[in-house]
Each structure stands twice: as structure tokens, then as C-alpha cells.
Design a binder for this molecule. Structure first.
Ligand code: WTA
Length: 633
């Protein structure tokens, strides 16, 4: 891929943006011409947000891996595709050229085929951040199997839910994984999950730690054995533009996590277009995104976006503080990283260790810094800009979601103006609006409202797996004719957007999404728990943290022990990442006469803003509030 898609000035951005809104079919049709298609489309776009039904590049055929791999072989065969940096800096790093990556992907794709996996089958990937994770993702795409990557920190129960919802036929995993000073038994979690997953016929295990895990005869196979002797080429499966590429589970405000569905053509175009513009990589640049491929950021901005664009992408197995809080900066110097993308929570956690760690590295190679996953506060923005970017690197703040597939609102390299804590302007093709309580568009400047998107963009979700109605209700029914993001936002006089945060019952902890209902269900599995209510409250490093109000059948005699049990149930149902920071035992929850929990009040109490609780007159039992406040003090 050439750099033809890159916008080179703010003037050009404005022109392109206007065109993209006026005539989206022309705009995206032109963008799509830059990709490799087996057959071109009959129609660029058909859509309605009522059903909803959105089809991009209808009639076209493609395989996304031809765009990410084959197409580069001639000109970039010997260029590095992936630089893998291990958890332990003393271990050797691994580098794959585009040709090597292509061969590994083809071999593994052939192995999957040999195990009977074919187009349309769902494959669950539960792996550490090793290059084989990217290989597994691309191998699925090569043969048209639908990948569902599950973050390897999720519990066996959460993994089983996701496997069952997708009815996955195979699981790809490893014996264990390295995470800082710890080693985690990944295969054991898979074995536990599979006790309740009837659909899984095959498990492929990458030998990461040499642990010799339990291997079940006829079901479990070693990665190195299944790829041994496989041909190094594999014909790409021709996919319809609207065939499913992957499912990725994410939390919403109700019920269990839902499988967000992305399709081949639109996702490819959106991932590469946004990557090339926001990060403005030159041919020789090295780009690094610190996310995990278990989340959407890793899908779009570690694997697909950079590889389709022919960029060298760094993949890091470890954590920012191991072996010390200078690790990120050491890696940047070691691999001469030019574009660096991380989350505000990582920046804040490193800030807390002081400047010395960052000041001992030169960071001269850096050109552009990115921030993603949650709102970035002023202090973290300034620290990042001063100590990492040395006041010479623009910060691009990328607002988007699992559902949007690609960045929606963000600065563009060093091309568009930046303003601390503002994500900035919508990218071309993105049509955001702010709505008021009544669902009317707010036109004025300097306003706040509910952030919605008015027209479709290529990488948007098409459905939620197995339940289209849930997709309609969650995203398209709150405001008729709009996609509702669940976020509140502010727009300044210049039209720049600042994302304020979720306005629904989704909590963003260290950039990870959790639904309050999901955590409450986990807490309620405890025998002694009658009911619970969970809210988010501000946390200096994590952005938000989880506060649980818990009603027990019998008031716990030993609160420390009872808290321990609740924590255990959350770890078992979801994983350590969802442990509540605070657990308060209460005799009742504030409810309206119709039985609805008043979370607004709980949020205020959790935040410590007890003097300003607003109207509590509609409560069934107003005394409950006094008890809650006392219990907190
Ligand atoms: C939040 C992650 C402010 C937002 C890519 C969104 C952000 C949710 C930003 C999606 C940002 C993400 N500024 N808030 N730059 N990026 N968010 O699906 O609330 O894991 O709705 O996608 O994270 O989280 P998700």
C-alpha cells in the first residue's frame, strides 16, 4: 500500500471531510480503490439504521490477509512486519519479515484446515501476547474462519460463556503466559472452561513455557506438531465484503457481554484508512501500540491496520512496570520506535513512579504519541507531552469503540490542531452529533450532549452475534435514526470534541469496559448475597474503579472474610481485572417505588459527594440513604 490515503495538511483534511459527508459513496469508493480486491463492489453503500442493516462494498470479494501479507511480498518481503519484545528484557526478541509472517500464517492456516476448520467456523483464541497470536488471527482470516479473541486475563467461566455464545469449534491457546514476575497457567483455564463447552472439537496449544500441560487425547494438539511439514503457501479464501471477519465480546449496560460482529470489506478499509492518517507512518518507521490483541485496539492497531499498511509493528508481551517502570521507554530506544500508542491509565501509573525512569532514555526516535481507551486528564496529557514527547511530538487522542471498529474522532498526526484532553475533530467519513435529553441535535458551539453518529462508516458493527435485536435495541433505539455511543461529549467553539465518559451503566477501569450488571451477577453468585449494586467512582490511576454495595442475607460477622468471598466470586466469574476496589455491606439499596435502584445516588456516595444527593423524595425508604452515608464514613 502506498501512502496515497494520507492527508497531508489541515486544509486537505477540511476538504476531504466535507466531501466525505456530502458524498460518502464517492469518498469511500475512492479510498477502497487503494486496496486489493478479488472482485470489486457493485454498490459502495446501502443502509438503514432502523433494522439496522448496513452493507458496504456489496458484491465485492476479498481476503483481508492478501492485503496484509501477499500484497507486500514483492516490495516489502524483507521488511519487518512484527518485532516481538518479550516480557523478560534478557530474553531474545523475535523479528518476522513480511515474507516470514506470510509463511507462518499460511502454514498455520493449512494446519487449521487439516483439523477440519473451514469458512464460517468460529475459532476462539485465548493466548498471550506472542507473535503466534497474530499468526492465529491472520490464519483464521486466511481460511475464512471467524476469530473470537478472548483476553487471556478472563476467567474460565467468562471464557466458557464466550465460547458457548459463538459455538466455537476450536480453541487456540498456550500452556502458560508470562506477565511481569508472574507466570499464569493458561491451558488450565481452558481445560476448566471446556468442561462446559460442547462445541469445541479441537484445541491447539502453543508451547510457550515448556510446562507440559494436560493434553487430552484426540482433542488437544501441539502447535509445533500441527504446523510441521505444512506448505508455506495457502490459497486465500475469497470472502464477500459482508462476510463476518471476527467477533469480539464487549460489555454493555445490560446482561452478559455481547459479541460485536465485524465484516471483511468495511473493517479492512476503516482499519487501514484510520491507521495511515492518524499515525502518518513513513515507510521506514517503527510503530508500537501497547494494547493487548484481546481488545479491539490490538485487533485494529497492532494486527490489521499496521500490517495492511505495510508498517513495522512492535508487539510487547509484558507490562509497563516490569522489570522496572522504565520498560516502555527502554523499548522505544531499543527498537527506535517512531509512533507510540498507549492508554492514559498506563501513563498515570508510570507518572506515579516519578520522572527519573523516563528521563534516563533519549526517546529521540519518537514522532507521534497516541492515547486511547479512556479520557485523558490534563495532568497525564501534560506529563506525556513534556517527558515522553519532549514537547515536540503531537499527541493524538483516539476516541472510538469496539463497535466502531476503527478510530472515529482524533487528531491526525502533526496535521490537525491539538488541545489537551480533547480528542479533536471527526475523521473523514465520520458524522458525529450531540443530542439533548429529548433527542434533538444541538447545533450551538460550546455545548455538551449525548454523542451519536448520524450516518454509517465502513468499519461499524453489523450485528451482535446471534441476536440482531439486541444490536438494534442497544445502539439504534435510544435515538431514532442514530447510532448511540453511550458516551457524553462536549464540543468547543472550533468544533473540537472532548469525550466526557459513559452515560450508561458501563464502567471503564484502566481502559477496560465492564457492565455493572455483569459484575453484580458475579457478586450475586455468593450464597449469602441477596442483591448488590455496582457503580464506578474516580480513581487516580485507573480512571474509574468499581464500588460495590452489597446486601447480605445475614450481616457478615467477619467483613474482611466476606469481602474476600465476594472478590473470589468476581475473579471466578470474570477475572482479576474486575475486582471491586471498595465493597460496602448495607442493609438495603436506595430504590424507587417501582423497585428501580437509584444509581445516581450510589454514584454520589461512592464519589464522596454526600452533601449534594439531589432529589431523594421518590425513594421507597429514604432512611436507606443515611445508612449508606454512615457506612461509608
Ligand atoms: C472510552 C476502546 C475518551 C469511551 C477503543 C468508549 C474513550 C469506550 C477514548 C470504548 C478516548 C475510548 N477518550 N474515552 N480517546 N477511547 N474511550 O470498546 O467511553 O474498549 O465508549 O474501545 O472507551 O471502549 P472499547
Amino acid at each position: 500500500m502506498t501512502n496515497k490515503l494520507q492527508i497531508k495538511s489541515f486544509e486537505e483534511y477540511k476538504e476531504k471531510y466535507a466531501l466525505s459527508i456530502e458524498n460518502p459513496e464517492k469518498f469511500w469508493g475512492d479510498v477502497a480503490e487503494e486496496f486489493q480486491w478479488i472482485k470489486k463492489w457493485d454498490k459502495v453503500l446501502e443502509w438503514n439504521f432502523q433494522e439496522p442493516k448496513v452493507e458496504w462494498f456489496k458484491g465485492a470479494k476479498l481476503n483481508i490477509t492478501e492485503n496484509a501479507l501477499d500484497r507486500h511480498l514483492e516490495t516489502r518481503g524483507n521488511k519487518l512486519a512484527i518485532i516481538w519484545e518479550p516480557n523478560d528484557p534478557k530474553q531474545r526478541f523475535v523479528r518476522y519479515t513480511y515474507r516470514e509472517l506470510y509463511e507462518h500464517v499460511c502454514q498455520f492456516a493449512n494446519a487449521l484446515k487439516e483439523k477440519g476448520i473451514k469458512k464460517g467456523d468460529r475459532v476462539c483464541i485465548y493466548m498471550p501476547m506472542i507473535p503466534e497470536l497474530a499468526v492465529a488471527v491472520l490464519a483464521c482470516a486466511r481460511i475464512g474462519a471467524i476469530h473470537s479473541v478472548v483476553f487471556a486475563g478472563f476467567s474460565s467461566s467468562a471464557l466458557a460463556d464466550r465460547i458457548n455464545d459463538a459455538e466455537a469449534k476450536a480453541v487456540i491457546t498456550s500452556d502458560g503466559l508470562n506477565r511481569g514476575a508472574k507466570q499464569i497457567p493458561v491451558k488450565r483455564v481452558v481445560d476448566e472452561a471446556l468442561e462446559s463447552c460442547a462445541s469445541v472439537e479441537t484445541v491447539i496449544v502453543y508451547d510457550c513455557l515448556g510446562w507440559g500441560p494436560n493434553m487430552e487425547e484426540g482433542r488437544d494438539y501441539w502447535w509445533h506438531e500441527v504446523v510441521a511439514g505444512q506448505p508455506k503457501s495457502c490459497a486465500p479464501e475469497p470472502m464477500d465484503a459482508e462476510d463476518v471477519l471476527f467477533i469480539l465480546y464487549t460489555s454493555g449496560s445490560t446482561g452478559k457481554p455481547k459479541g460485536v460482529v465485524h465484516t471483511c470489506g468495511g473493517y479492512m478499509v476503516g482499519a487501514a484508512y484510520t491507521f495511515q492518517n492518524v499515525y502518518q507512518c513513513d515507510e521506514s518507521d517503527v510503530y508500537w501500540c501497547t494494547a493487548d490483541v484481546g481488545w479491539i485496539t490490538g485487533h485494529t492497531y497492532i494486527v490489521y491496520g499496521p500490517l495492511i499498511s505495510g508498517t513495522t509493528s512492535v508487539m510487547f508481551e509484558g507490562i509497563p512496570t516490569y522489570p522496572d517502570p522504565g520498560r516502555f521507554w527502554q523499548i522505544i530506544d531499543k527498537h527506535s520506535v517512531n509512533q507510540f500508542l498507549t492508554a492514559p491509565t498506563a501513563i498515570r501509573s508510570l507518572m506515579a513512579h516519578g520522572e527519573d525512569h523516563v528521563l534516563s532514555y533519549s526517546l529521540d526516535s519518537l514522532k507521534i504519541l497516541g492515547s486511547v481507551g479512556e479520557p485523558i486528564n490534563d495532568e497525564a496529557w501534560k506529563w506525556y507531552h513534556l517527558h515522553v514527547g519532549k514537547e515536540r511530538c503531537p499527541i493524538v487522542d483516539n476516541w472510538w469503540q469496539t463497535e466502531t471498529g476503527a478510530i472515529m474522532i482524533s487528531g491526525i498526526g502533526n496535521i490537525s490542531p491539538m488541545k489537551p484532553t480533547f480528542a479533536g475533530y471527526p475523521l473523514p467519513g465520520v458524522n458525529p452529533v450531540l443530542l439533548d435529553q429529548e433527542g434533538k441535535e444541538i447545533q450551538e458551539a460550546d455545548v455538551e450532549g449525548y454523542l451519536c453518529i448520524k450516518s454509517p462508516w465502513p468499519s461499524m458493527l453489523r450485528t451482535t452475534y446471534g441476536d440482531h435485536e439486541r444490536c438494534r435495541v442497544t445502539y439504534f433505539s435510544t435515538y431514532d435514526g442514530y447510532y448511540f455511543t453511550g458516551d457524553g461529549a462536549k464540543r468547543d467553539q472550533n468544533g473540537m470534541y472532548r469525550i466526557i465518559g459513559r452515560v450508561d451503566d458501563v464502567i471503564n477501569v484502566s481502559g477496560h469496559r465492564f457492565g455493572t450488571a455483569e459484575i453484580e451477577n458475579a457478586i450475586n453468585t455468593n450464597d449469602n448475597v441477596v442483591e448488590s449494586a455496582v457503580v464506578g467512582f474516580p480513581h487516580p490511576v485507573k480512571g474509574q474503579s468499581i464500588y460495590a454495595f452489597v446486601v447480605c442475607e445475614k450481616a457478615p460477622e467477619d467483613e474482611v472474610h466476606a469481602r474476600g468471598e465476594i472478590v473470589e466470586s468476581v475473579v471466578a466469574e470474570i477475572g482479576k481485572i474486575a475486582i471491586p476496589e471498595k465493597i460496602q455491606f448495607v442493609s438495603g439499596l436506595p430504590k424507587t417505588r417501582s423497585g428501580k435502584i437509584m444509581r445516581r445516588i450510589l454514584r454520589k456516595i461512592a464519589e464522596g459527594e454526600v452533601s449534594n444527593l439531589g432529589d431523594t423524595s421518590t425513594l421507597l425508604d429514604p432512611n436507606v440513604v443515611d445508612e449508606l452515608i454512615e457506612g461509608k464514613l
